[in-house]
Design a protein around this ligand. Sequence first.
Ligand code: 2AM
Length: 506
Amino acid sequence: MAKKTSQPRADIGLIGLAVMGQNLALNIADHGYKISVFNRTTSVTNDFVANNPNTPGGLVGCNTLKAFVASLKKPRKVIILVKAGPAVDAVVDQLIKAGIQKNDIVVDAGNSLWTDTIRREKEYAAKLKFFGSGVSGGEIGARFGPSLMPGGDKTAWKHLEPIWKAISAKVDRRTGKPLDDYAEGKPVKGGVPCTAYVGENGAGHYVKMVHNGIEYADMQVICEAYQLLSQLGGIKPDELSKVFASWNKGDLASYLIEITADILQQRDPVNKRNFIVDKVLDTAGQKGTGKWTAVNALDMGIPANAIAEAVFARCISAIKDERVAASKQLKGPRTKKYTGSKKKLVEMVRDALYCSKVCAYAQGFQLMAEAQKEYGWKLNFGSIASIWRGGCIIRANFLQKITEAFKNNRKLPNLLLDPYFKRKVNAAQANWRNVVTLAANHGVAAPVFMTALAYYDGYRADRLPANLLQAQRDYFGAHTYERIDTPRGKFFHIDWPHPDRPQEKA
Ligand code: 2AM
């Protein structure tokens, strides 16, 4: 007869009680799940449990990993939320020593590199089920409803699914718009959860990485719009805040536009006469997921230039001292001020932002399409777009349109070719081109607007100058070329005649 335990066991456990871990644990407990928690530094665990005495599901603080493992219902489910990298392996090894078993599920919910997740799943397969889940939405998302991108063993997913669905953000079934996760301190019931099984092994972390790459571009295009409108249009932050607030009512409605409108109207706490945005130093930090996306794009040969350029935009911002020195030496064009209608400028910049954003998203989906070939995943792009509709940093009405685009055509080769986006970009492209011209003529850097336009024009070009490029390659390196009038795969080489080049004798 099975021995009765005095304490009901916990439904799930979480290791790593930094802010994300604490908030995710509270979110899980709010939904009625009993959750065991452990942190390397014991005092953090004890304080966390003491400070949160009345959660609906209940928190079980554990001071040893042995007690933690013993407190969990089988198959055990453990979420790890520690710093990505060696700490994840260290914690998994400690869990194995503490008694985790083959059928137990260990979920890495940190921002791990997807190839690490693939490696770990294989490495630990004999000892436990290693699972990777992307989590987006920052601290607030973790607490009140994140977007969750789970990837790994499908049988493991079945055990996680009810909890993932309960704690994720929710969107309206009809409109796809985020629902308020909480009302009167309690989670709201109903709505479509912003989580769905993404694919095998590293797929969840891969999709999370691409989400972050897109996020880099999305933030950068907003910054370029701000720069052009303030520098060329001379529009002050409070007025600009109203511009963004009005954009937030249309096609561009999104969390990032909304917070931008809010940021722009905020005063400097040190001196209320100033706007805080004017006092923030213009050097951007980064944690690396955007860079991973760009590196992966280069590795796979996918032209994700809008995403990569957004990473470089942060890099150039970071060399502030060099820029300040260069600004005193390098001349730009004479024309500095825009003299046309401000209203028209706002409209044109809005369109440039919109089109550049479509390109960045198109590139993100191109990356996922290529990666799934490489790793044998079967990604559902409509579903991925749908789980980004709420909870995460890039949440936006726009994602409902992307969801629909891939629902209408699961094999859509590029988002730009979807009838809705094709029509929208076509209608906005004249303004986009004008903005790029204005930026160039006035000497304002608008890197993602510009590179996205180059992507659009490159993608729609039936002939690019790679004919000349390939001829150059053949000229100096005998790399061969294909001809336009012979079948593909037939390669030619010429001993390019040149006066300085000794010709081979026949
Ligand atoms: P700590 O409070 O003991 O530092 C974010 O850094 C979280 O990950 C923290 O909860 C931290 O625990 C935990 N963490 C970082 N490295 C770890 C490791 N090697 N083993 C266990 N936990 C770790």
